[in-house]
Design a protein around this ligand. Structure first.
Ligand code: 8YV
Length: 324
């Protein structure tokens, strides 16, 4: 008999078929409060879990006595209780690498759209106000040759440094737990402490995962250290930035603007002030959302689950100590 797995995301037909070759698939399009009881019931027999979105915490894991592997269709795994999974010998897989370039493109899109006020000016033109050449009240800021400060020099940080250095002639500075020799040698990037990065950067780009250490890493004190002409970009995780502090800094024009793809609570409420501030570009968490990359992420997650339940895991495992 094939092992049972739960799928909580809609997959392209070919990927669903790939899963079905190996497993009996119990599908939930996505996890909602309405289907939670059915999901918890199905978990009793599931050996695998694959999807994205939803909180897989201890209360969920307690309902999953047969669970052996979890495969998230994302690089981030802050919504999983990995510690409990590790204690119980459950393998946690994720999808790094396949989305790196696409997310770095999204960061550049936010840098360009905030600095050059792309959304604001396009709306202005669309509303019929374009009667002659634009005046200085609609001018933006240059991007090329400005200093980019990257918080988190992982895969995405490196891909961003490549774009900024090679494409836009931007000096790159960065902060992380430790220096990244590849960033230094390939992009002449300079490792510095957080305070220096905040004080010197024209663009402060957050590319960090959410952990206890990164929660509200950017708050009042840090925003106060940024230049008034600087722009904050967050494509990592919303809670790394204290949103109330950011809104205050933006309203008081203590910083020039913000480009945000992630928020403390998603979906961001339509009432959020972030949607009303002209110096903010707020995207609905589209960092990896292209046809190609979302397909590649789903394919990677499917292969990850098949490997975790039927083969030998060598890559993409968050808690390799479980395998050893
Ligand atoms: C995903 C992400 O789009 O991979 C991540 O960690 O934040 C995004 O790429 C998101 O998790 C929805 O699948």
């Amino acid at each position: 008999m094939k092992p049972s797995i739960i799928l909580y995301k809609i997959l392209p037909d070919d990927l669903l078929a790939r899963l079905e070759q190996h497993f009996t698939v119990l599908p939930f399009n996505r996890l909602t409060s309405e289907n939670r009881q059915d999901f918890l019931l199905a978990l009793k027999q599931a050996q695998g879990l694959i999807g994205s979105g939803g909180q897989i915490d201890k209360s969920v894991l307690d309902c999953a006595p047969a669970l052996k592997a979890v495969s998230t269709i994302s690089v981030g795994y802050d919504n999983f209780d990995v510690q409990t999974m590790t204690e119980r010998g459950i393998i946690m897989m994720h999808t790094p690498t396949v989305l790196t370039e696409t997310v770095a493109d999204t960061v550049m899109a936010l840098i360009l759209s905030t600095a050059r006020r792309v959304v604001e000016v396009a709306e202005w033109a669309k509303s019929g106000q374009w009667k002659g050449s634009v005046g200085s009240e609609l001018f933006g800021l240059d991007v090329h040759h400005k200093t980019i400060g990257i918080l988190g020099m992982g895969r995405i940080g490196l891909a961003l440094a490549q774009r900024a250095h090679g494409g836009f002639n931007m000096p790159v500075i960065y902060n992380d737990r430790q220096p990244n020799p590849e960033a230094n040698s390939r992009f002449n990037a300079r490792f510095c402490d957080l305070d220096t990065l905040l004080a010197e950067s024209d663009f402060v780009c957050v590319s960090l995962p959410l952990t206890e250490q990164t929660h509200h890493l950017i708050s009042d004190e840090q925003l106060a250290k940024m230049k008034p002409s600087a722009i904050l970009i967050n494509t990592g995780r919303g809670p790394v930035v204290d949103e109330a502090a950011l809104i205050k800094a933006l309203k008081q024009k203590r910083i020039y603007g913000a480009g945000l793809d992630v928020f403390e609570k998603e979906p961001l409420s339509a009432d959020s002030e972030l949607f009303r501030l002209p110096n903010v570009v707020a995207l609905p968490h589209i960092g990896s959302a292209t046809h190609e990359t979302r397909y590649n992420m789903a394919a990677c997650a499917v292969d990850n689950l098949i490997t975790a339940l039927t083969g030998k895991v060598t890559v993409n495992c968050v808690n390799p100590q479980v395998i050893k």
